[in-house]
Design a binder for this molecule. Sequence first.
Ligand SMILES: [Zn+2]
Length: 312
Amino acid sequence: MKEDFPKNEVEFDRRFFTDQACLEYLFQLRWPDGFVCPQCGHTRYWRSARRLYLCRQCEHQQSVTAGTIFHGTKKPLRVWFKALWWFSTRKSSVNAVSLQELLGLGSYQTAWRWLQKLRTCTIFPDREKLSGNIEADEFYLGGERSGKRGRGADHKCKVAVAIERKGRKLGRLRMQVVDRCSADELIPFTTNNIATGSIITTDGWKGYCGLEAAGYVHKKILQTKADDKDSVLPGVHLITSLVKRVILGTFQGRFEEQYLQRLLDEYVFRFNRRTTKSVGKRFWRIMQQAVASAPLTNKGLVLTPARCLASA
Ligand SMILES: [Zn+2]
């Protein structure tokens, strides 16, 4: 697909000033090779109402926003576009209060729902697996009760993490909420996110015992008490502290367990593009995903009332 995006905010504001301009952009993303009727495959159409395209052969009505995150929205598309631009061009994680202020949305709930939808656009199904030298580990978020610590602490949210090492530099990142830090969750996390043949460094935890059998070179670093954990797996430990800082800073130390994965997805999106010079390109990627995403209904968004507000 031909790259087509505004290079900066001034260009963005000039280009997406009207809903018509937004609609044409969505049309381009959806049908880069021209309109194709989903019913009969015909390629000629009439434009009817605002967001509707009518097949000239079978008269099937196709809305350009159907099946996208904009599905059924009553808000002008240019307001959505502004939200997408803002979301995709920020350097660090964002919260619903700032989105509400930016767009002048009437309620916090609306801003929160929009933000959930935007976060679902940060995962690209065609993304390449991590490869080369990788550090893998898990970390914990939340949980105020004292008692069991470390991997047995079952009241905490557990997150599996893997990051590429390029010499002293860090490469791309992946994070996944897991129920247990056992091999039956850690090995699938690895095979879903890391190319076989990669060299994976972990600590001595038994959950990683199956890595060799799964097709990886496994480097195990056995810790002694005197070891500084940061010097053993410095990459993942840096990420752990950065994520905790985001939760403390952007979310005042609170997050809802059932939405934690989306927060992490957003973090990974920003982290993996931290060196991308073009802010517009990030917008373009998010927009492609917004058009390809299945719409989240409001019902699907609010899974259950917050079970627990965990603290980092
Ligand atoms: Zn048709």
